[in-house]
Design a protein around this ligand. Structure first.
Ligand SMILES: Cc1ncc(COP(=O)(O)O)c(C=O)c1O
Length: 390
């Protein structure tokens, strides 16, 4: 047997040589979209805190009040004494916000996807998943042991062909990101709902990047497409992105939620989310609904960035959301561009395989309601400089 450390070192060295080694960076907040890495100040275009709520004083107050009332941890799983009034109130509010009968909190989005899909499907069932779905949906499908069929990204004809070819036996679930996390584009939800109806499948949408951001009142991808709970019976949302906190939920009919409470292993066999996070999320939910200016700012920034980067060698991928990926191609080139920007005081991470397909490494630029026009202009100018220097 190979020595463990020798094996690990070789694997890491290979990743390094191919420009694929990932490293976390210590970035502490300075205010708004600005962060500090040691002594370097960086303007960040990397966060999923799209509405700029993660450091909002109202949320911080609610978090502290929640911690004083409930303590720092829940101390137990939801079904074994860890469920508090803060959790119950947030579940009611999330159900109302999404226009559904009920909602169930999970520790995070990864766990919510694992729990929902493995509860709904088993060995004799079928799952149809967009090829660019988030890793947690892929893992959930594999863990469920249902037959996984992945259709080409947003390709309805391919999906329909797979649905036609699949025997009628067993349950069928179509699952998609609402907004694709590394591409920023939207799933064709109206057509997916229609296919689900025609082929007797349930539709599940992971709206991690749509909730709070899309739709005139921030209710996400389903609001943007005017879809009903009947169209999309299983909705997953996360609380660590536009809501600025942490956690996730599944919303749906009362029966779906009652069923998940019995069957979703990542709900049952884990400590309940700290209740103070639920208190902070309730405060976030109010701001998401009241502060339309946050979504308006995002729209202005999206237009400004797209207009400003039109003449560059690298092109922005088609996207109307705050996720604006700049396609570079090779992993090393994306990493170099990210490093050049960093030298100029910008933090824009390079996303490389296996997170994205080979040859499609990119800078994942994300916009926040707290960016100012001049921040967006500064990034455009810096990218133009990098372009001229290349
Ligand atoms: C589409 C999508 N689904 C699920 C998740 C996982 O959510 P969480 O970070 O709450 O685990 C993410 C990202 O983190 C995501 O982008």
């Amino acid at each position: 047997m190979a020595d463990l450390d020798a094996f690990l070192r070789q694997d890491l060295a290979e990743a390094e040589a191919r420009g694929l080694r990932r490293r976390s960076q210590v970035l502490d907040p300075l205010g708004g979209p600005r962060f500090q890495d040691g002594r370097q100040k960086l303007l960040s275009f990397s966060s999923n805190d799209y509405l700029g709520l993660a450091r909002d004083p109202a949320l911080q107050e609610a978090l502290c009040a929640g911690a004083r009332a409930f303590g720092t941890g829940s101390g137990a799983a939801h079904l074994l004494g860890g469920h508090r009034s803060a959790h119950a109130a947030l579940e009611r509010d999330l159900a109302a916000f999404t226009g559904r009968e009920a909602a169930l909190l999970f520790g995070n989005g990864y766990l919510a996807n694992l729990g929902a899909i493995t509860a709904l499907l088993g060995r004799d069932d079928h799952i149809f998943a967009d090829r660019l779905n988030h890793a947690s949906l892929v893992d959930a499908a594999l863990l469920s042991r249902a037959r996984l069929q992945r259709y080409r990204h947003n390709d309805l004809q391919h999906l329909e062909a797979l649905l036609q070819r699949t025997p009628a036996r067993g349950r069928r679930l179509i699952v998609t990101d609402g907004v694709f996390s590394m591409d920023g584009d939207l799933a064709p939800l109206t057509a997916l709902a229609e296919l689900a109806r025609r082929y007797d499948a349930w539709l599940m949408v992971d709206d991690a990047h749509g909730l709070g951001v899309l739709g005139s009142t921030g209710r996400g991808s389903l609001e943007a497409f005017s879809l009903s709970p009947q169209d999309v019976p299983v909705l997953m949302g996360t609380l660590g992105k536009a809501f600025g906190v942490y956690g996730a939920f599944v919303a749906g009919s009362q029966s779906l939620i009652d069923f998940l409470q019995q069957r979703a292993r990542s709900y049952i066999y884990t400590t309940a989310l700290p209740p103070a996070l639920a208190s902070a999320t309730q405060a976030a939910l109010l701001l998401v609904q009241q502060d339309h200016w946050r979504r308006q700012h995002l729209q202005t920034h999206i237009q400004r960035l797209r207009q400003g980067l039109k003449s560059l060698a690298w092109s922005l991928m088609p996207s109307d959301t705050p996720i604006q990926p700049l396609l570079v191609g090779e992993a090393e080139a994306a990493l170099n561009l990210s490093q050049q920007l960093r030298q100029q005081g910008f933090y824009v991470p390079a996303v490389r395989p296996p997170t994205v397909p080979q040859g499609s490494a990119r800078l994942r630029i994300t916009l926040s309601a707290l960016h100012q026009d001049q921040d967006v202009d500064a990034l455009i100018a810096a990218l133009q400089d990098c372009h001229h220097a290349s």
